[in-house]
Design a protein around this ligand. Structure first.
Ligand code: ADP
Ligand code: MG
Length: 498
């Protein structure tokens, strides 16, 4: 089934992982990310006419979205030789000097251009490697050859290096761009599957192509036909297993099974006890509940000793009592009640979310306006709010600061499910995705009135996008407005909708 032209684009080795096997060899085959890829091309083309302004470019963005792939595909398309600096243990000043220093000064053997690739450049940090970062800075200044860095987290790259590089942001892929990638692999592997299988895998991957491909390979192992149920069983949600463990504890009577379930899960006894504690009153009645809580209180004693003495061997007693102990505390079977996550977590989560949104918004404004987060929150945010009442300003601003749905909702004071918020968000996305975001550039002047405004605007977007945010739920599929609307109204349907 494979198309003949695909054959040469992919590595034919059967034994390797699909994510490697189907790593695009050319820029044209990279899915999504049209704008960054064309920026990268433009930078590379400039080398044909001598040295460009920025001799290094840095491709940054979340893992598994094609940064490393793009670096090598670029070299392939431009017929450049690649000098790679990969292993982080090589990253001493001396190694960087030795490999990149000489490579950057000497022309390639055939007189062509050599591309120096430093993958995961954000790994150069800490005291031990400081020399490495310095050496790299020097090399970028001295080089006569193009240098391409990649980074998951721009914050891991020192400011001095960032200043020397053209920042190129790679974005996580939307499901609609990911599905064709998966589909093509299925065709090549002669696996038949429905679109909903791929849809599901794509959604679980949250834009990470590598993990989507890995998931597909895991689901497809030994199969020539895939059904949507296959994806459920091999889904890697660790919280599925806590659900299983709770079932064995509350519904089962087998001491061993209940205990084993606690070994199989990803939670520590400290977390598990909260789950059991939360659910016990809903699962058992009367004397059984009392006995259950007596078990939990004993388990808690051991947890206290673990904390006090730092003796983690006692976890096993705590774990056994809170699982097997609670399992045998019941004298009869109870009808199934839905398991709930610890309410304490729900509370924490909800407060964390609103605070996080506020901080994220302030930080983005701060970065765009070159002021501190606090100043942004207290003094700039009110003006931004006023500007947001006019959609001519709201959209370019949201694009410029790369605001997500939550953040736009926070600024406008409207709910995230409202049409207003969604429209601003959608139009901002389109503006970002658009080939040349004229408005962003124009609007860039608002905050960046200093020299190099265009670059600053780019850098700001660069920094903004890689903020190390805690797992606040990303607005997953902004294109799926109706779905989101449904989700908003829907009562809890699964254990984890909290
Ligand atoms: N945009 C993309 N288009 C097609 N495949 C991709 C894309 N991004 C990642 N992949 C797949 O995921 C694998 C890992 O991508 P890679 O470029 O190494 O990610 P990273 O952004 O972490 O450097 C690749 O081998 C390829 O199979
Ligand atoms: Mg990489």
């Amino acid at each position: 089934m494979s198309r003949p032209d695909d054959a040469q684009d992919y590595t034919p080795d059967e034994s390797i992982e699909w994510s490697e096997k189907y790593r695009p060899k050319t820029l044209a085959r990279i899915a999504g990310n049209n704008k960054p890829v064309s920026d990268l091309c433009a930078w590379a083309k400039a080398w044909k006419h001598g040295m460009p302004d920025k001799k290094a470019a840095i491709l940054y963005g979340k893992p598994g979205i094609g940064k490393t792939t793009a670096a090598y595909a670029l070299a392939h398309d431009f017929n450049w030789e690649v000098i790679e600096l990969n292993a982080s243990d090589q990253r001493t000043a001396a190694a960087i000097q030795k490999v990149a220093g000489s490579a950057s000064r000497t022309a390639a053997l055939c007189g062509g251009i050599r591309l120096i690739v430093l993958d995961e450049a954000d790994n150069i940090h800490g005291n031990a490697d400081r020399g490495g970062a310095q050496a790299l800075g020097k090399i970028i200044k001295d080089t006569s050859q193009p240098i391409l860095l990649t980074a998951n987290d721009l914050y891991g790259v020192s400011q001095s290096i960032k200043n020397l590089c053209l920042p190129i942001a790679f974005r996580s892929l939307q499901s609609r761009s990911l599905i064709p990638v998966l589909n093509k692999i299925c065709q090549n592997e002669e696996i038949s599957c429905d679109i909903d299988v791929l849809q599901k895998i794509a959604e679980t991957a949250h834009g990470d192509v590598r993990s989507a491909i890995n998931d597909l390979q895991a689901v497809a192992a030994g199969k020539s036909e895939l059904h949507v149920e296959d994806v459920v069983t091999s889904s890697r949600d660790p919280r599925d297993t806590i659900f299983d463990a709770l079932k064995k504890i509350f519904k089962g009577k087998d001491i061993k099974e209940a205990l084993n379930a606690t070994y199989a899960i990803d939670e520590t006894p400290d977390d598990l006890i909260q789950w059991v504690d939360e659910n016990l009153p809903a699962q058992y009645r009367g004397a059984d509940m009392t006995r259950g809580f007596a078990m939990l209180s004993r388990a808690d004693l051991f947890l206290g000793r673990v904390r006090l003495r730092q003796n983690y061997r006692m976890w096993r007693y705590a774990g056994a009592i809170m699982s097997s102990g609670v399992a045998v505390a019941k004298s009869r079977e109870y009808p199934g009640a839905r398991f709930m996550p610890p309410s304490q977590w729900r509370r924490l989560k909800s407060t964390r979310t609103s605070r996080q949104i506020r901080d994220a918004v302030s930080e983005k404004i701060g970065l765009a306006c070159h002021v501190s987060q606090k100043y942004a929150r207290l003094n700039v945010l009110p003006f931004i709010r006023i500007l947001f009442s006019n959609s001519d300003y709201a959209v370019p601003l949201a694009a410029r600061m790369d605001l997500d749905l939550d953040e736009i909702a926070y600024i406008t004071g409207s709910k995230k499910s409202t049409k207003k918020v969604k429209t601003i968000h959608q139009e901002a996305r389109e503006m970002i995705d658009g080939e040349t975001s004229e408005h962003i550039e124009t609007f860039g002047r608002l905050g960046a009135y200093e020299e190099g405004a265009g670059e600053v605007a780019g850098a700001v977007r660069a920094e903004v996008r890689v903020q190390p945010q805690k797992p606040r739920k990303e607005p997953k599929k902004e294109e799926k407005e109706e779905k989101e609307e449904k989700e908003e109204k829907k009562p809890q349907t699964s254990l984890f909708d909290f």
